[in-house]
Every structure is written in C-alpha cells, then in structure tokens.
Design a protein around this ligand. Structure first.
Ligand SMILES: [Zn+2]
Length: 427
C-alpha cells in the first residue's frame, strides 16, 4: 500500500475491506476470535478462569496489533477498552487489566461497541440507563411539535413516534433475549409520552390505554419479534438460502400476529385504563387494522374519561366537586354520563344513536360501532365536538362564578379564599 484515498470516497470501503481482510483471515490462538466492523476491531478470548482469559486476550490483541502494523497502520491502544464477561459470582478482581505494547488497558464494567453499551453480565442495564435521557429527551422534543388541538395529522404523529421507536429498538436482536422488567419499564416511559401525543390525550392516560388507542404495540414485544425475524433470516442464510421478499413479508405477518396475541393477553390484566381496555380489547384486531378514523382531542376525552368531566376535574383538583353542571347537583359527571345519560345532550345523543345504529349507548357499543364504519366514526367525532365544547364552557362559567362569590365573601366578611380563583383549563 503506497497511498490512501480521501475519506468518504467510493472506493474507500472496498479498498479497506481488501486490505484489512488479511488481518482477519490469519490463524489465531485457540479460544481467540476477531470481530470487525469497518475499522472497529473486537478481539474475544475465552478462558476457564479470569487469568486464563486475560492471558489469551493479551496474546490475541498483540497478534492483531502486529498484523495491523504490518499493514502500515497504527493502533491507538490508549483508546482501547476491555470487558470481562462473567457469571453472577465470577467478577474480575478489582483493578484488573491487560498490558499490550507497554500500554495498560483497564478492564471496565462496560464498553460501548457499535452503539450498544455491553456489560460484563450481559443484562444491558448500562445500555438502558444510558438510553433513558436520550429517549425521553427526543420524545419530549417531538411531543412539543404535536399539540392536542390542530397540529400535524395522524401519519405525521406516527412518523415522529417511529423516530424514537427506532432509537429505542436499535440493536434489539442483541439485547431482546436479556430484557428484564426494569429495562421494559424504561422503554415504556417514552412510548407512553408519544402514544398520548398520537391520540391527543391527557397526560394522565395510562401506558396500556394510550398505546392500545394509538395502535403501537409495547416496544419490548416488538423487540422480541424483530429479534426472532433476525434469527430466522440468519438461519436461512446459514443454510445457503436467501428468503424472497414475499416470504419475509409472510414471516413479518406471522410475527405481528404473535405480538398482538401476547399484547392482548397482557391487556387481560391491565394496571389502569380498565374501561378503555375493556371496550377496545374485544375488537382489538379491527381497531389496529382499521383504515379510517382519527382520534380527535374531544373524542379521546370521551373514550378515556380524561377531560372536561366533573369526576376527572375533581380528581385533579380543578373542580371542588364531581357534580354535573347541567343536572340537579346530585349526579356525578363522568364520560359515560355525558355520553349516555345527561339530559342536556338528548338531541345530540338521538342523532348519534340513529347514525351509529346501536340500541344502548355505552363506551363498549360506541367503540364497536365506530371501528366498523367510517360514517359512525365521523358521527361520534361530531357528537363529541357538539357536547364537549359547551361542557367546557359550563365548567369555566361555574369556576368564574365560584371565584366571584369567594371574592365577594372575602370583601364582605374578610374570609380568605381557598383556591376559588382558579380557572378551568382544559388544554
Ligand atoms: Zn348531567
């Protein structure tokens, strides 16, 4: 080799592969292997004891470094990292290291390799802990671009969600088999934030309800499915087969069915969002595969029960009581009350029932109807728009009245007001 080529040139990777192939093809010591991606070289060494593995690793690294030198290249040994894979009770001794070319390479608890943080116990705890701030930061930044009212449409919301999903699932064929509960919990947080933005919902909606309504399967299930797909393709290649695109699509469909089956099983025992899940789960496949229907801000409020309803507002301390502003003061205002019972919306309800063709209006019957037909979906959206805006205005008026009365009482009797001045904010 007498000269180099500019970085990023067309021939660069090919010439590199031809030149570097020599480093990889030579014989290595027993128990030593070399893995390489571009110029990132990984030497692995096995041993029954820590000492034996260290000796082999030292010899293996020295051999690889010498071969690279003979290519006319220098290895930055001070940038090298070492890691000891071990079982629960076989930690490396404190301060252990290996020395190559006079440079000491300390054995660390974790190393970064091709974007993954590997650790000695292969449980990816370091990887997921490092991933949290990145995923949450990206989810938060994207969520700011997706307001509940107006903003981008569903396809754009799905696209933004896919960006963070890709970040989360990077390298999943490597780590999917080692997923543990704490790492699954880490994946849930950003997924929930994005699912809530997709459905234009309130921040208090549970992970299970939000992801079901958004149609985004839990990322840990997706990670396992992607790992299974990778394994299937790898086995086919080892047998000398190259699966056709149609075959790959069939395999993806099968794995999707597996994901949905496991997801449905999990939703059988939800930790929250019981009413939504009970209504959507029986028609889950139809819900996920439907080609119509966007969840509007107000339709989501009616479905999730999180919105301008007395019980929800009282729970989050924005209303002193859960009573309905349109009824006699004895009735608790819930999403179901607004949808099926409140006398203030009789006309709108009659139109809705006629349009979606259900006998008894409930969350279950509403979901079953709107998932089947686009016109029923549009009628439900229209009902929610007609009902929820006056509902919100009634709440604002009641809050303003309470505030005025409390102020007058304070002026006349010197009674301090207690939170009576807060206005109802529904966005
Ligand atoms: Zn009412």
């Amino acid at each position: 080799m007498s000269c180099g080529v500019p970085q990023g040139s067309v021939l660069g990777p090919l010439l590199w592969n031809i030149g570097y192939d020599w480093v990889l093809r030579g014989a290595f010591l027993d128990g030593v292997a070399v893995v390489c991606y571009a110029d990132d070289t990984l030497v692995t060494a096995r041993g029954k004891t820590h000492h034996e593995a260290t000796l082999r690793a030292t010899a293996g690294v020295a051999q690889v470094v010498e071969r690279i030198r003979r290519l006319g290249l220098e290895v930055a040994l001070h940038k090298s990292e070492a890691l000891f894979f071990h079982g629960l009770r076989r930690k490396p001794p404190e301060g252990s290291s290996l020395t190559v070319g006079g440079i000491r390479i300390g054995i660390e608890p974790s190393i970064r390799y091709l974007g993954l943080v590997l650790d000695g116990r292969w449980d990816f705890g370091y990887h997921f802990r490092g991933l949290v701030p990145k995923l949450v930061g990206a989810a938060r930044a994207l969520a700011r671009l997706l307001p509940n009212m107006k903003g981008p449409d569903d396809s754009c919301r799905g696209l933004y969600s896919g960006v963070v999903r890709s970040m989360a699932l990077y390298g999943c064929p490597v780590w999917a088999g080692a997923l543990k509960a704490s790492n699954v919990a880490i994946l849930r947080r950003p997924q929930r934030m994005l699912a809530i933005r997709i459905i234009r919902g309130y921040r208090t909606i549970s992970f299970e309800a939000a992801s079901l309504l958004a149609g985004t399967p839990p990322w840990d299930l997706e990670a396992r499915a992607l790992a299974a797909l990778y394994q299937w393709r790898k086995e086919a290649q080892e047998l000398g087969r190259c699966p056709e695109i149609r075959e790959i699509d069939d395999r993806k469909s099968q794995l999707r069915q597996v994901i949905i089956g496991e997801w449905r099983e999990r939703l059988g025992q939800p930790s929250a969002g019981h009413a939504v899940i009970a209504a959507v789960r029986p028609v889950m496949e139809d819900w996920l595969e439907r080609r119509h229907g966007t969840l509007s801000y107000r339709l989501t409020q009616v479905i999730t029960g999180k919105g301008c309803f007395g019980d929800h507002l009282c729970l989050i301390r924005k209303e002193p009581t859960p009573e309905c502003h349109h009824c006699d003061g004895q009735t608790v205002d819930t999403a179901l009350h607004t949808l099926a019972e409140c006398p203030a919306w009789v006309e709108q309800r009659r139109d809705l029932v006629a349009a979606i063709g259900v006998g008894v209006l409930s969350l279950d019957s509403l979901i079953a109807a709107i998932v089947r037909s686009e016109s029923a979906w549009n009628s439900a959206v229209s009902f929610c728009e007609q009902v929820m805006l006056p509902q919100k205005q009634a709440g604002v008026a009641a809050s303003a009245l309470r505030s005025a009365l409390a102020s007058r009482e304070h002026r006349e009797h010197g009674v301090p007001t207690r939170g009576g001045g807060r206005l109802l904010v529904c966005r």
